[in-house]
Design a protein around this ligand. Sequence first.
Ligand SMILES: C[S@@+](CC[C@H](N)C(=O)[O-])C[C@H]1O[C@@H](n2cnc3c(N)ncnc32)[C@H](O)[C@@H]1O
Length: 240
Amino acid sequence: LVTRQNVYDDETFFQPYQAMRATRSGINEAVEQPAVRALLPPLLGVSAVDLGCGDGELCRELLAGGAASVMGVDPSAKMLDLARQRTDDERATYIQAFAEDVHLPPDSIDLVASSLAFHYIEDMATLLRHIAGWLRPGGTMVASMEHPIRTSAPDRRADDLYGVDDYAAEGRRDTSWYRDGVVKYHRRISTIVNTVLDAGLVIRRVDEPVPTEASRRERPDLERHVRRPALLVVAADKPR
Ligand SMILES: C[S@@+](CC[C@H](N)C(=O)[O-])C[C@H]1O[C@@H](n2cnc3c(N)ncnc32)[C@H](O)[C@@H]1O
């Protein structure tokens, strides 16, 4: 049985999550966004999908870069409320759905982007096969996710730098993040890489981004992400 959780619609989670995002105290601006942006293809005229779009920040950037259309997908009504409030652009569409339930015509999309949502996906193999089907030949997927070093044993304290455990025991983790019972999925790096390849995509780049020098000077708390990785980012193309 596939379990899907919509924790971002739980007020006890949503409130502190939004407070973190509003104060930019997470790793989004300092680590995640620059790494994903660096791997995006040229945006002019592309049709794009953002899986787990949240408040639509990446969607708006894709539009600002000249995308012809952007579809943001997210299961959370609260996140999509923010996305709709913050996006004033006819080229944007927001759909309330889990990524696993999205169906799009084959060979219809130039770019599938996803920021920090893949670790919520139980069946990544099926999703990646869908993505490979939606992409036009030459199209690109860029996805960031929590690093397997982090997802292996999430209950270890965040400052425990030797917190890797149960690495080969892939699957569900019930974690505590603003509340108990936040469900994430752990996969080995090799599994992630091989699942992308098995879907028929060609990996162009893999990144384990670290905070920029400037952000480390401003925020000493980011130093721990230099000592052990927070994120894995994969860019892969559909063969022409
Ligand atoms: C960490 S937030 C990131 C939001 C946004 N991508 C960003 O970077 O600002 C993760 C998002 O993934 C969404 N999400 C969770 N499970 C999902 C699923 N199965 N399919 C699509 N999105 C999902 C959540 O509702 C949430 O908005």
